[in-house]
Design a protein around this ligand. Structure first.
Ligand code: SF4
Length: 269
């Protein structure tokens, strides 16, 4: 039986993340999800972008590619089309995924590329000093919105769903087992899967928005979620400030590569 440790590079530890950052929880959950599936390391590849969470590939003993900011999905698209049997994970922060890389997210979802995107959404650009991103909630304080952010933030899951993603899920680092299980489920989907993790950045976003210490911020982020089954019974008013957690979308849709091959093969026949 494989263990998460089989997929880790322990000689690269200690990691560079701040004490109390949620990224470490997600790192272990990724390794755990690979172990649960007993995947051969050569059958897995991970593409990461720039940002604090982009460092996740430093600690994993699998094929990894670290690319420019916002461009993890295009790189992964090339990989998925060149090698359709590869299990491809894409790890991004909210800056990478839906701020500078937002357009790529829309098109990866629309095309239904066979990759599993894991988005650590900590509502700011942590690595460069806590500037606001496209998910920063309206009214939040960041280093570039010191009087309160005037723009509304994106809901990553709704955006992914609207663009055609067949598997969309959400959780928090408060529930590492759920992260692991959702990654595993996402990887079993032939097509684009997106798992948003409402992450914690106690150093910048948490401190400026008075979330308390790292542990309290973790609890507060968890308290902002409602199991999706319960959320479906709640009114819009009751759901104000709350986010459904669990599997939000799970539908069948032919992925890009399979569809392309089918069309080409039918023309050749
Ligand atoms: S700056 Fe924020 S997101 Fe980056 S490592 Fe520190 S706590 Fe984590």
């Amino acid at each position: 039986m494989a263990n998460y440790k089989d997929y880790m590079l322990f000689d690269k530890l200690p990691h560079t993340w701040c004490a109390g950052c949620g990224h470490g929880v997600i790192l272990q959950a990724i390794a755990d999800a690979l172990a649960m599936q007993e995947l051969d390391k050569h059958d897995v590849a991970l593409v990461s972008g720039i940002g604090c969470f982009g460092r996740v590939d430093d600690y994993l003993d699998i094929n990894c590619m670290h690319v420019t900011h916002g461009r993890a999905l295009p790189a992964a698209t090339g990989m998925a089309l060149a090698n359709p049997d590869l299990h491809i994970l894409v790890t991004m922060g909210d800056g990478d995924c839906c701020t500078i890389g937002g357009n790529h997210l829309i098109h990866a979802a629309r095309r239904n590329i066979n990759v599993t995107a894991i988005v650590a959404n900590n509502y700011n650009y942590g690595q460069t000093g806590g500037q606001y991103s496209a998910t920063t909630p309206e009214g939040s304080v960041t280093s570039t919105s010191i009087y309160g952010h005037v723009e509304p933030g994106f809901d990553i899951c709704k955006l992914a769903e609207a663009a055609g993603t067949p598997f969309v899920a959400r959780t928090t680092p408060y529930s590492p087992m759920q992260i692991r299980n959702l990654i595993q489920q996402g990887m079993s989907v032939k097509g684009f899967a997106l798992i948003e993790i409402m992450d914690t950045c106690p150093t910048h976003y948490g401190r400026l928005n008075k979330f308390g210490g790292a542990a309290r911020m973790l609890e507060k982020v968890h308290e902002m979620t409602v199991p999706v089954e319960k959320a479906r019974t709640m009114s819009e008013e009751e759901l104000q400030g709350k986010f459904a957690a669990g599997v939000l979308v799970n539908k069948s849709r032919e992925d890009y590569y399979t569809k392309y091959r089918r069309i080409v093969d039918s023309l050749k026949a």
